[in-house]
Write a protein that binds this ligand. Structure first.
Ligand code: NAP
Ligand code: G4F
Length: 364
């Protein structure tokens, strides 16, 4: 019997990569998607199978983390072997504008899932997408033992969800694990996170569609890795004998300025001619420096990211150049070939997603 997984946030960056990885491991996947007035399954369309096909291994269901109704019935009816809670209002800057909504979805959503797990009595393994943002003002490097000092409504909500997961594990002896993941990026990264904002703007500048890139704090430092390697880490966390929490990150940090410089110079431009500061992008309270100490994941999971900062930038720039119809410098494709097995090559992972059969992967 194939394993059955339930994924919240399947339409997001990580959800789409995780779905691909689990399909490659022969899972049956159930994903929860939000009802929207326009299509929101762009990242999944390339792996979508018509549900009329009895062999379809990915099924999508409408639901929302702000309401128990569908979460509870899916957990009772599907009895998944594994549940990955990736759904969230995940944008830090936006959480300052929508703190109550962020608390409800990113924080309280976990209780709706864990109550259903506990009350149903099913045997399942649960993964919570915790975040390095929870470390906030705590100085680097940050590990599983580092004190949380959250600096945004998003981070506060994630800390609530994290401790709720730990509490349910201790109180009810359930298999519940948290991955405390540092920033991970890809061509599928949401367009308003800084890395993707930079690589997209660069491509548009080269295409003659944009003149200026407005950014906020260039001094912030992040530990940026490549998202497909992180979903492999999530999966490994749930394959362990014991449920525990793990930090995943590269152990190397760079400033936003360094990211801009690396991207623009790869495309042969001087970023200083295009980037301007817009104070609207500054945050009421900032996280200055995130840097992972992922030694526990290395030792216990055998997990170690292989894509370097330089390679990550090249993959992302190449993908955005391709989506603007500009011939890419070309290192991105070779990097994927060198680092990944069949499930993650340029054609399937990037080109097919860019071609986008927008909206085929919809229920209803
Ligand atoms: P993402 O691209 O923003 O995806 C978020 C997902 O959550 C989307 O599928 C979104 O659906 C869904 N969602 C939002 N509100 C929801 C709601 N009310 N009910 C149900 N689903 C909802 O985020 P990501 O980068 O893939 O990250 C995955 C998870 O890891 C998130 O929980 C994030 O906070 C966490 N995390 C991410 C990073 C990172 O660097 N990427 C690091 C640490 C932790 P729509 O497509 O409809 O918007
Ligand atoms: O790309 P960002 O918006 O990511 P941030 O805030 O680090 O959060 C991401 O990573 C977390 C893990 O640590 C996740 F939990 C979370 O869900 C999300 O995926 O901003 C990165 C840095 C910040 O310091 C920000 O102030 O870039 C700085 N920045 C400078 N200019 C900007 C901009 N960020 C954005 N989004 N837009 C700018 O124009």
């Amino acid at each position: 019997m194939p394993k059955r997984a339930l994924i919240t946030g399947i339409t997001g960056q990580d959800g789409s990569y995780l779905a691909e990885l689990l399909l490659a491991h022969d899972y049956e996947i159930h994903g929860i998607i939000r009802r929207a007035s326009s299509f929101n399954t762009e990242r999944l369309d390339h792996i979508y199978e018509d549900p009329h096909n009895p062999k379809a291994r990915m099924v999508l269901h409408y639901g929302d983390l702000s309401s128990s109704e569908q979460l509870t019935s899916l957990i009772y009816n599907l009895e998944p072997d594994e549940i990955y809670n990736l759904g969230a209002q995940s944008h830090v800057r936006v959480s300052f504008e929508t703190p109550e909504y962020t608390g409800n979805v990113t924080g309280l959503g976990i209780v709706r899932i864990l109550e259903a797990v506990r009350r149903s009595g099913i045997q399942t393994r649960f993964y919570q997408a915790s975040s390095s943002e929870m470390f906030g003002a705590s100085p680097p490097p940050q590990s599983e033992d580092t004190h949380f000092h959250p600096r945004s409504p998003y981070a506060v909500a994630k800390a609530y969800a994290h401790w709720t997961t730990v509490n349910y594990r201790e109180a009810y002896n359930l298999f519940l694990s948290c991955g405390i993941l540092f920033n991970h990026e890809s061509p599928r990264r949401g367009e308003t996170f800084v890395t993707r904002k930079i690589t997209r703007a660069l491509a548009k500048i080269l295409a003659g569609k944009q003149k200026v890139l407005y950014l906020g704090n260039l001094d912030a430092r992040r530990d940026w890795g490549y998202a497909p390697e992180y979903v492999e880490g999530m999966w490994r966390i749930l394959q362990q004998d014991e449920s525990e929490d793990y930090v995943l990150g590269t152990g190397e940090s760079h400033s936003v300025r360094e990211f801009v410089d690396e991207a623009f110079s790869y495309a042969g431009l001087d970023w200083r001619e295009y980037v301007k500061i817009d104070y609207a992008y500054l945050r009421p309270s900032e996280v200055d420096h995130l840097l992972a100490d992922a030694s526990k994941a290395r030792q216990k999971l055998g997990w170690e990211p292989t894509i370097t900062f330089r390679q990550l930038v090249r993959i992302m720039v190449d993908a955005d150049l391709q989506s603007e119809g500009i011939s890419r410098a070309g290192e991105g494709e070779a990097i994927l070939k060198e680092h990944f097995a069949e499930w993650h090559q340029w054609n399937g992972a990037v080109s097919q997603v860019l071609e986008g059969r927008r909206g085929t992967a919809n229920v209803g």
